[in-house]
Write a new protein. Structure first.
Lengths: 171, 293
């Protein structure tokens, strides 16, 4: 039994919990499959070189750069995009903390950061320095990172019955 | 840019993969973390990509005698977190913490990084430090290539175009290890990366020492420095002696034309080489200090 190379490939996978099948050129990037074929535009493309992290998604639960993967590489895998984080209470709490701590301005890097956060165990990132290391692969041009780190630390390291008001919020 | 057009195949056996690799212009796809950026930059235009993800027996991560065996599709993420690796070959885990970013390590493979042979990269430096070997197969034959013979220049290895690396084997059992690198930004490729591994006797004297330096000139051992430090205990003075010995050894090689990699004149030019040679002894000393910590 031998395998013939093809220019087009049928790819079947689970995306945010649903079975999906798409026929794509072999050269299609995962980021473009997600945004174009699947219409999930929450995943953003920044550098398209694997440096900025805006395109980060979860492949089998692991944070991965969708612009440095071909769509064909996720055949049979479990793919989670930022849209797929909506049902997760821990990530709802994280998003509330982002709002409270003003952890986004333009929001371009935010989906990639949320996917990175969703793909790790907070126990492994116990303090400010560790969170900075965790987010080293996600570039933000707006915030200067401090508010992002504050938001993550507040969500993970501080017991919160309710989110504290962030600087500048007028509740 | 987007990748240029190519054909794609996902074989289910090594033999199938090797047959596919006989096509001129065919290339292996493992984790893709080096390959896909080259495709989007269009620095390579393969005819066919041979995806190894469907080959089940490339997932070995186990001890075989005195060697740690790492199969071609074992992800860097897996190796970094493996208790087996931490207990038998911790130098690999120390080095992996410096490789790219965690998102890249989720997909990238240890074998892929070694086969890609980026000259300053951390994993080639580890392979050379430990004097590991690369096991590659083609058609009906399999061979084992020692680290010292594997890297021929920037992104050039001893592999034939139709040869598939199936695993990498690293010697285990070093008592003390360290990996230190100097880079422009945290998580960049290093300007200089140093891997050290030592065996100690019951009096804590160093009985075996491996020092490898990775830079744009490629990974290399420092045999003269290793020799100069044997038989003593690790202390501050010992580390400083190591720095001086490394300075001498690297300066001698810079002025001689016997070192095969620097002879090629590639990999960043004379200024980059000089800068790396200037930094290397300091990074060697820092790595030796970590050994004793």
């Amino acid at each position: 039994m031998s395998v013939e190379p093809t220019s087009e490939v049928q790819v079947s996978l689970r995306v945010n919990g649903e079975e999906v099948t798409a026929t794509v050129p072999a050269r299609r990037l995962l980021s473009d499959l997600v945004r174009d074929e699947l219409g999930l535009t929450g995943t953003h493309v920044g550098c398209e070189q694997g440096l900025c992290g805006a395109c980060t998604v979860l492949v089998d639960g692991r944070p991965s750069r969708s612009c440095t993967m071909l769509a064909v590489q996720v055949a049979g895998a479990e793919l989670t995009t930022v849209e797929g984080l909506l049902g997760d209470p821990a990530m709802a709490s994280m998003r509330a903390s982002f709002t409270a701590h003003h952890a986004l301005q333009c929001g371009y890097c935010t989906p990639g950061i949320l996917c990175t956060l969703a793909g790790v165990d907070p126990v492994d990132w116990p303090d400010d320095a560790a969170v900075r290391e965790l987010l080293a692969g996600n570039i933000c041009r707006c915030t200067g990172y401090q508010h992002i780190v504050d938001a993550v630390c507040a969500a993970w390291h501080t017991p919160q019955p309710g989110s504290p008001p962030g600087p500048g919020s007028d509740e | 840019m987007k990748p240029p057009p190519f054909r794609y195949a996902r074989p289910t056996s090594r033999a199938e993969a090797c047959t596919l690799l006989e096509e001129p212009g065919a290339r292996v796809l493992a984790g893709g973390q080096s390959l896909v950026p080259m495709l989007t930059a269009r620095t390579i235009r393969p005819t066919t990509l041979v995806d190894l993800a469907g080959i089940e027996d490339l997932q070995r991560l186990e001890l075989d005698g005195e060697e740690l065996v790492i199969g071609a599709m074992v992800r860097q993420h897996t190796v970094e977190r493996s208790p087996l690796v931490e207990s038998t070959c911790p130098l690999l885990a120390r080095a992996l913490a410096h490789v790219a970013h965690l998102q890249v390590r989720s997909q990238g493979t240890v074998v892929g990084s070694i086969a890609h042979a980026e000259p300053a990269a951390e994993l080639p430096t580890v392979l050379v430090a430990l004097d590991g070997r690369v096991v590659a197969t083609r058609a009906d034959s399999t061979r084992s290539i020692p680290a010292a013979e594997f890297f021929l220049g920037p992104r050039r290895t001893a592999l034939a175009p139709d040869e598939l690396v199936v695993e990498v084997r690293l010697p285990v059992g070093f008592d003390a290890v360290a990996f230190v690198e100097e880079s422009r930004r945290h998580h960049d490729l290093p300007i200089v990366g140093v891997a050290v591994a030592a065996r100690l006797d019951r009096s804590a004297r160093v009985t075996e020492l491996r020092i490898a330096v990775g830079s744009a000139d490629g990974p290399r051992r420092l045999p003269g420095t290793e020799q100069a430090l044997l038989g003593d205990c690790i202390d501050d003075a010992w580390c400083v002696r190591g720095q001086h010995a490394a300075t001498t050894e690297l300066q001698l090689d810079a002025t001689s034309d016997t070192h095969p990699v620097t002879q090629l004149g590639e990999g960043g030019g004379a200024a980059a080489s000089a800068h790396a040679r200037h930094l290397a002894p300091v990074v060697v000393r820092r790595a030796l200090e970590r050994l004793g910590a």
